[in-house]
Design a protein around this ligand. Sequence first.
Ligand code: NAP
Length: 374
Amino acid sequence: MKFLAVLYSGGKAAEEEGRLLGTTENKLGIQEFLESQGHTFIVTDDKEGPDSVFQKELKDADVVISTPFHPAYLTRDLLSEAKSPKLKLAVTAGVGSDHVDLDAANERNITVAEVSGSNVTSVAEHVMMTILVLVRNFVPANEQVRGGDWNVASVARNTFDLEGKVVGTIGAGRIGYRVLQRLVPFDCKELLYFDYAPIPEHAAKALTCRRVESLEEMVSQCDVVTVNCPLHAGTQGLVNKDLLKHFKKGAWLVNTARGAICNADDVAEAVKSGQINGYGGDVWNVQPAPKDHPWRTMKNPLGGGNAMTPHVSGTSIDAQARYANGTKLIIDQWLNGKDIDQANVICIDGHYATRAYGQRDEKGQTVQPPKGKQ
Ligand code: NAP
């Protein structure tokens, strides 16, 4: 069989650090595993346009392995019979398969799987770091000392404590829950969440968090809002100028879920005007982000409020080991005709196997797309 992986290029860093498994150089550590079984394994970072290695090799690939960090977009067009006639399995080496047109995959009966949970702790830690970086006004303070200056007041005027603040998460799944857990010792005034389903009672009690059933109502109470839901039709552009109007003036917004959940221009405008005091995260609506992306340079009126990084939160060295192993396990199970672990399956036999990306009606119930071809 032919396996095609689209990963990011690690260059010198990947040559020097073999644990950077998610790179084209280190190939998720599965080259020998595949080739020793007689399979062909093509690895590339060249993913854009019809002349890219990705699109050319897709024409006779049986399996595509992609990653959210350098997303190879499996669009409806690329998932057509004409462009990927042999494709049977699409594996996301990581968490988040929104770069795959899942309805189209279901129509073609292509199995889609991801390594659920593999990097959720890594992301939750990054969320905590980003909240603190923003609330404590770290970036301007650090820029100041590295620039040879010393002006405590200019930084302190916009530095706060997380203690006593209200923090809310949009999405309280694996990552959102872990973020709430990690916030408990900070003695926040209140922890809130907005999700379709309540967190089980015993778990919610341990976190002392409260569910708010309206998103507008939740954000209007928060000093910090963190986004931890998947990108799907119902969350694309969810945080836009209309929702931002409901935010408390001067709140902070942290999004490590997917860039496209937030409207890039509306968020940049809200930061620049001081409507929100800052925005941070590591996910962008286009990756790699163009040089002129507004999130690279936006600042609040006091010169801070930007805590952006490249898409790195879920690809710590520890996370890479977990998602590389998980990718290998999914492929091994699939090649041997075993069931892929249920938690890892997104689409199978023409159906969504998870509620996470399925279409929903206005009550939040999953609407199954028509059954795909068998
Ligand atoms: P998860 O366990 O599936 O949790 C997501 C939660 O969000 C679920 O409880 C889901 O509800 C809820 N949800 C869905 N749509 C919502 C909406 N419109 N409003 C409020 N809640 C909503 O997923 P996870 O592992 O926590 O990951 C969440 C997302 O983080 C992933 O989808 C991915 O996009 C992103 N992520 C980013 C990185 C990174 O490196 N930056 C790494 C991993 C994941 P249901 O259970 O009812 O669907």
